[in-house]
Unconditional design. Structure first.
Ligand code: NAP
Length: 247
């Protein structure tokens, strides 16, 4: 399923998305590398992917709008011939006490973390149905939607929405051979958690049974499992958190 297929990985200029795009390229997929503003970083991912012998395209767009999502899917169809794999990964973090939550911030978090997943799935599924291919969607959620984080109501709600969205979309498209699953990572070492001071990290690590943060590459391998090996699995959320949820 991965080799020779076309994969869109949103938010793949850096962090988890970058690791996913490069892992899929290593396994033989052509990739659409997406970014919001860091075009240089996305170009570097494209060059690395092409050096692995696959085709790669960079698209810069704001996925918080349907136009931005449509642009990515159109470029994938025009340049690679269609979409087989969609990894909805682009996201932003947000921390604010509820009493000082600004409406525009709430809307931005929901647009970037949840609406973009709808928009991307809408246009990718339409292409998969048109071409009658057994496509695969992987949505990156977060364990924050299950364990919570003080100040993280908007972020956690957006990620809880991703889980519910995954279940419903899986039901909707299963009969067409399209599978939809999610991954809920715990703490993964990227810029998204780069704001954490070392003493804060030192307090979190002992609460992780595996006593470390995860890596983007570990998330990428789980994506490859869902795409390639989990052929009878749909509507599920795979938890990848070093054991936090069993503690
Ligand atoms: P990151 O390092 O902050 O990277 C975010 C990526 O999303 C970048 O490629 C960024 O593009 C892109 N992006 C942000 N807003 C966008 C928008 N409006 N339109 C298009 N692209 C946009 O984040 P990460 O840690 O890799 O996180 C990736 C996903 O995993 C997110 O959904 C996050 O919620 C989830 N997650 C992360 C963790 C963690 O601990 N890191 C844990 C659980 C879940 P630019 O580079 O151009 O800005």
């Amino acid at each position: 399923m991965i080799k020779g297929s076309n994969a869109i990985v949103t938010g793949s200029s850096r962090g988890i998305g970058r690791a996913i795009a490069l892992h899929l390229a290593r396994r033989g997929a052509n990739v659409v590398v997406c970014c919001l503003s860091r075009v240089d970083a996305a170009e570097e991912v494209r060059e690395r992917a092409e050096a692995m012998g696959v085709r790669a395209v960079v698209v810069q767009s704001d996925l918080a709008t349907e136009e931005g999502a449509r642009l990515v899917v159109e470029r994938c169809v025009e340049e690679l011939g269609g979409v087989d794999i969609l990894v909805n990964n682009a996201g932003m973090s947000h921390l604010s006490p509820i009493q000082s939550m600004e409406d525009r911030d709430l809307e931005r978090v929901l647009r970037v973390n949840l609406f973009s997943y709808f928009y991307m799935a809408k246009h990718c599924v339409a292409d998969m149905l048109r071409r009658r291919v057994p496509g695969c969607v992987v949505n990156i959620s977060s364990i924050m939607s299950m364990i919570g984080l003080a100040g993280g109501t908007a972020y956690a709600a957006s990620k809880g929405g991703v889980t519910a969205f995954t279940v419903c979309l899986a039901r909707e498209v299963a009969r067409h051979g399209i599978r939809v699953n999610a991954i809920a990572p715990g703490y993964i070492e990227t810029e998204m958690i780069g704001w954490m001071p070392e003493d804060y990290k030192a307090k979190i690590i002992p609460r992780i049974p595996m006593r470390r943060f995860g890596t983007g590459e570990e998330v990428a391998r789980a994506v490859a499992f869902l795409v390639e090996d989990a052929t009878y699995m749909t509507g599920q959320t795979l938890i990848l958190d070093g054991g936090i949820m069993i503690d």
